[in-house]
Design a protein around this ligand. Sequence first.
Ligand code: NAI
Length: 335
Amino acid sequence: MSAPRKVTLINGDGIGPEVMEATVRVLEAAKCPLTYEHQDAGSEFVSKYGTNLPDATVEACLRSGVGLKGPTGTTIGGGMQSANVQLRKRLDLYASLRPVRSVPGVKTRYENVDLVVVRENTEDLYAGLEHIVVPGVVESLKIITEVASTRICRFAFEYAKKHGRKKVSAVHKANIMKLSDGLFLDCFRKVARDYPGLVAEEVIVDNLCMQLVRNPEKYDVLVMENLYGDIVSDLCAGLVGGLGVVPGANIGASTAVFEAVHGTAPDIAGKGLANPTALLLSAVLMLDHLGLSEHARRVEGALLRVYAEGKVKTKDLGGNATTAEFTQAIISALG
Ligand code: NAI
């Protein structure tokens, strides 16, 4: 048997420590061959380190190659750049991956959603290139490059091939942004030629949003630039019950950080009420990434059985179980 893999754990702020503890309890009960190293990040650590992302945390992720991260708080408007954005930049986590699947027992308008949003993480309007031209006029630059567009499209096709998916859809607005989104589409078309076994289609972002809320079942893997990805990935989470039940990952060439996409939930932090599902599903993605598919299916199966039974639910989903009770139910369902 190969040696256990080390994972860098970043609890984050608010409910972060609670959902992390629950997740690690399940991973340990499922005997996942992992060891853990805790590191800090988040707004609650600024007074201790003078920064929300200490160098030691970044270095630990680089060393282990795999991070599991809880939510970190961000100040709106001024203040420091969010720890998430910094981490993505410093580790060059260029691909954001968000698989979105209907969860049995979580009632929504749709039953068979099973799609994956792949979002480019490093450029577009998020390049942070804004300036005041004259008072009252601000210019914000949208950067799209051939290198980053090709890299994310190839990531999407590779993911589709590896996971037995059938179709990759490029989401764009090239009818209006002819040069920038036009370049993205050109890259998509070139990469698509290398994957004749997969259907490649193109869809304009506004039409996609309308189609998604009418008929999400018709989509498979979606690939897009940063801003569209930010919005569409939350829309897709809403199709299956919200940010509490979808996992997330930010992946680079040599390092990947798996994280719950919900926030720090300051209103319930420290009360033992947080739902650990999103972080646990992110940990399942991590297990798959590490080639620990059997463990991934075991943990995922236990979680889905608890949902399907519907007896033990946390408050956000209409139940009255505490984080600890919900975690225990999953551990019992591991069999
Ligand atoms: P939020 O996701 O923290 O909370 C929105 C609502 O959802 C609240 O009622 C909260 O109690 C509930 N909620 C969220 N996660 C839950 C969970 N696991 N179990 C049960 N209920 C849950 O969003 P909000 O209030 O906009 O943001 C709070 C802070 O989180 C901000 O500082 C924001 O910047 C940060 N944030 C961090 C993210 C990250 O690190 N990935 C993502 C989104 C927000």
